[in-house]
Design a protein around this ligand. Structure first.
Ligand code: RIB
Length: 314
């Protein structure tokens, strides 16, 4: 007998990423010769949807693109991963979102996003409720308008669907949104913005970030620390999950990949710690390949031959 895959709905952005490889980012007023330019499907929402689908979930995407070639390519890319795109509307008035992603030789990136159609996302509540029927998780980020995020969280919770929020790019949350969030996943920058703490090099500070996010109403909080791994905090306390050390090619979509793997593992009834280990494995594979969606691993790739260091209680 085959298991029914968990159902995940993603409300979020679709961007065409213009990926420019540079030896190093230019300083102010400086011009630097780039190595290459590529057009790669991205957008935090679409990346997270792809990560969930490649981890084995049944995924529906809600978002908006423009009536242009980029929009068509992005929708087709999602369909190739088996993602339902009937909720990705084509806005006749606005161009598809674009992100300029500058990747340095070290693998670190700098991203500028032009929201385009993502900024026009507007939900029909009845249609949203229909999408969320039977879904275990709704995943969202902040590349679509905040009122839509809040409305979707309300509808999801009223239907018993859990809300996973990646508050990225960092913005102040409306007070009403905090208690609607079941799982919040933040990186160091978002942690600093939301709590004023800098967890970058210290898992204990990340645990304090997790406790502060929980005190605002979030049930489970995960702080990602790049090459150092991640810290998970729930009612039972905090655990530190170190990451295996690998050669980094490009960190774009590492956080999105992590979120997808954690979400699908949680939806498959794994513990938060076991789910974060899946996120670490998947994102460790992601950073070893250039580009957003092409670098997101499948479940089989994630499970294959990659062990993670043991996690520890903090
Ligand atoms: O998280 C990575 C993504 O952020 C990129 O794919 C880019 O589109 C921006 O949205």
């Amino acid at each position: 007998m085959t298991e029914t895959p968990p159902k995940v709905v993603c409300l979020g952005s679709l961007n065409m990423d213009l990926v420019i490889a540079v030896p190093r980012a230019p300083a102010e007023g400086e011009t630097v010769q780039g190595d290459s330019i590529r057009y790669v499907p991205g957008g935090k929402g679409a990346n997270q949807a792809v990560s969930c689908a490649r981890q084995g979930a049944d995924v529906s995407m809600l978002g908006r693109v423009g009536p242009d070639h980029h929009g068509q390519v992005l929708s087709e890319a999602l369909q190739q991963d088996g993602i339902a795109v009937h909720g990705v509307l084509v806005d006749p008035e606005v161009a598809t979102g674009v992100a300029m992603v500058m990747v340095e030789a070290s693998g670190l990136n700098r991203i500028v996003v032009i929201a385009g159609a993502n900024g026009q996302v507007c939900l029909d509540e009845a249609q949203l409720a229909q999408e969320l029927q039977d879904a275990q998780f709704l995943i969202m980020q902040f590349e679509v308008p905040m009122p839509q995020v809040l409305q979707a969280a309300r509808v999801a919770r009223s239907l018993g669907c859990q809300v996973v929020l990646n508050p990225s790019p960092a913005q102040t949350l409306p007070e009403a949104l905090w208690p609607l969030v079941d799982v919040m996943i933040v990186n160091e920058t978002e942690a600093r913005f939301l709590t004023g703490l800098s967890p970058d090099t210290d898992p204990k500070v990340a645990a304090e970030v997790g406790r502060q996010l929980r005190s605002k109403g979030v049930s489970q909080a995960v702080v990602t620390l790049g090459a150092l791994g991640a810290v998970a905090t729930d009612a039972g306390g905090s655990t530190y999950h170190p990451a295996p050390q690998v050669k980094v090619v490009d960190t774009t979509a590492a956080g999105d990949t992590f979120l997808g793997a954690v979400t699908v593992a949680l939806a498959s009834q794994r513990s938060l710690s076991a789910s974060v280990d899946m996120g670490i494995k998947a994102s460790t594979l992601c950073v070893q390949t250039m580009g957003a969606q092409p670098s997101i691993p499948t479940l089989a790739q994630t499970q294959q031959n990659l062990s993670v260091p043991p996690w520890m209680s903090l």
